[in-house]
Structure formats: structure tokens, C-alpha cells
Design a protein around this ligand. Structure first.
Ligand code: FPP
Length: 244
């Protein structure tokens, strides 16, 4: 089972347009997929689930769609609160959260605080999130730490840099799923994706429920993760681990 799964939830607009419905109806149906996939991940023992709910670039969508998405997020935080708390889920957020309207930020911060002690699964909402924005912010903080004399630039390595990312407390990203048949990364978890397995599903996000999620997990389980090693080295390490 992957310890950390990230999902690019794509295809809400097309799902709605195919039915002659406003795009927002696709996002609404997509919230039900969020609930179902979260439940499934929790049940299966996935340690961390990160959902790309709103990108830094999504602010440029029509104002009506942005407002509708914000209202959906607020409703989600209210309607899922009990289930999140009862199921030991810790709610987390990454991104430029300060850009969100107060009516989203407040319930988000409240649920974050209320669920802080939960250890079952960490559910991270990527909100006003961009991978490049995260890297620039990390670089800025590294430079500031260096200026304060708290860090020696020559000693900075990948592990040290990682501690400046918004995801610093999450496990390594194992699997990224993108729905709707598009094969793009779209500024999601750029650094973290370095050794993640990628799964592209043709299913539109509002239709992406337990069965489609299980299919992606099954694909992941078929992959050989080599992290730059040879297949023979990986097999040797696996058999040594099994013996130990
Ligand atoms: C991409 O589909 C999806 C989004 C920009 C928003 C994702 C939001 C949700 C799934 C619902 C709210 C989230 C939570 C956590 C409750 P698109 O609109 O780009 O689809 P298209 O490519 O078919 O137009």
C-alpha cells in the first residue's frame, strides 16, 4: 500500500458539460468523490492523501466558478467535520492559504486545530497551491535563513532543502493519480514527484469512486520502484529485507 497518494482531480467541468449542466455541478459531484476516495484510503491504511483542490492558477477562472468552488470548500469543511474527527483523520492544507476568503480560512484553521492530534491518516488539501510557488517560497526561506547565519549554503543538500517545503512533515510521495485522461502534472507537487509512480486514469473525477481508485492502487502494486538502482539490486534488497 502506498504511504502517500496525491490526486489531481480533473474532469469536473467536462462531466457537467457532457450533461448540459453548469460546471459547478461537476465540482459538486466531485465533492462526493472526495468523500468516497478519502473513506477508501483511510480504510485501506494509506497514511497520507493529498488532494489538488484549487491551484494557484485557478484564481484566473471566471469569478462565478471561483466563488462556487470556495463555497463548496466551505460546505465540505462543515459537512465532513464529524467524519474527519471520528475517523482519526488529521486535516492539513498546503498552498497560499492566506489568499482564501475568510469564510473558507476560518473553518479550515478550526478543523486543522481540532484534528491536530489525530493519527489515522493525514488528509492534505492543496489550496491555492502551485509547485513552483512552493519551491520559490522555500528558496526565499532558505536565503533568509542563510542571511540570518542559521544555514551554510555550501552544506545545503536535498534533505535540508525539503525541510523548507510546505509538505515537510508528510511521508515521501509514492503515487500520483490524475483523472480525466489528461497526462500532465499541472504544477502539482513538483519536487515531491521525483520518484513517485504516476497513474493516469481516463475516468472523470466525479465518476472516480472506490472501484477506479482500487484499480490505480492495483497498478501501483504491479510497479517495480527502483529509485535509480538496477532491477537486480532492488530484488536483492527485497529478498534481504524479507529474510531479516
Ligand atoms: C479540475 O476539473 C478540478 C478543479 C479545478 C477543482 C477540484 C474541486 C473539487 C473536486 C471539489 C471541491 C473540493 C473539495 C476538497 C471538496 P476542471 O474543472 O478543470 O475540469 P475540466 O478539465 O473537465 O474542465
Amino acid at each position: 500500500m502506498p504511504r502517500h497518494v496525491g490526486i489531481i482531480m480533473d474532469g469536473n467541468g467536462r462531466w457537467a458539460e457532457m450533461r448540459g449542466l453548469p460546471r459547478l455541478e461537476g465540482h459538486r459531484e466531485g465533492s462526493t468523490s472526495v468523500r468516497e476516495v478519502t473513506r477508501c484510503a483511510r480504510r485501506l491504511g494509506v497514511g497520507a492523501l493529498t488532494l489538488y483542490a484549487f491551484s494557484a492558477q485557478n484564481w484566473a477562472r471566471p469569478a462565478e466558478e471561483v466563488a462556487g468552488l470556495m463555497e463548496l470548500l466551505r460546505d465540505y469543511l462543515e459537512s465532513e467535520r464529524e467524519e474527519i474527527l471520528e475517523n482519526g483523520i488529521r486535516l492539513n492544507a498546503i498552498g497560499e492559504v492566506e489568499r482564501l476568503p475568510r469564510y473558507v480560512r476560518e473553518p479550515l484553521e478550526k478543523l486543522r486545530a481540532e484534528s491536530a492530534g489525530n493519527e489515522g491518516m493525514v488528509l492534505t488539501l492543496a489550496l491555492s497551491y502551485g509547485g513552483r510557488e512552493e519551491l520559490v517560497e522555500a528558496a526565499r526561506r532558505v536565503a533568509e535563513a542563510a542571511c540570518r547565519g542559521e544555514l551554510t549554503p555550501a552544506r545545503l543538500d536535498a534533505k535540508g532543502f525539503e525541510s523548507f517545503l510546505w509538505t515537510h512533515e508528510l511521508p515521501a510521495l509514492d503515487l500520483v493519480i490524475r483523472t480525466s485522461g489528461e497526462a500532465r502534472i499541472s504544477n502539482f507537487l513538483l519536487w515531491q514527484m521525483a520518484y513517485a509512480e504516476l497513474c493516469f486514469s481516463d475516468v472523470l473525477w466525479p465518476d472516480f469512486r472506490t472501484e477506479a481508485f482500487l484499480r490505480c492502487l492495483a497498478q501501483y502494486q504491479q510497479r517495480e520502484r527502483r529509485f535509480g538502482l538496477t532491477s537486480a539490486q532492488v530484488k536483492r534488497e527485497d529478498s534481504q529485507r524479507a529474510k531479516a
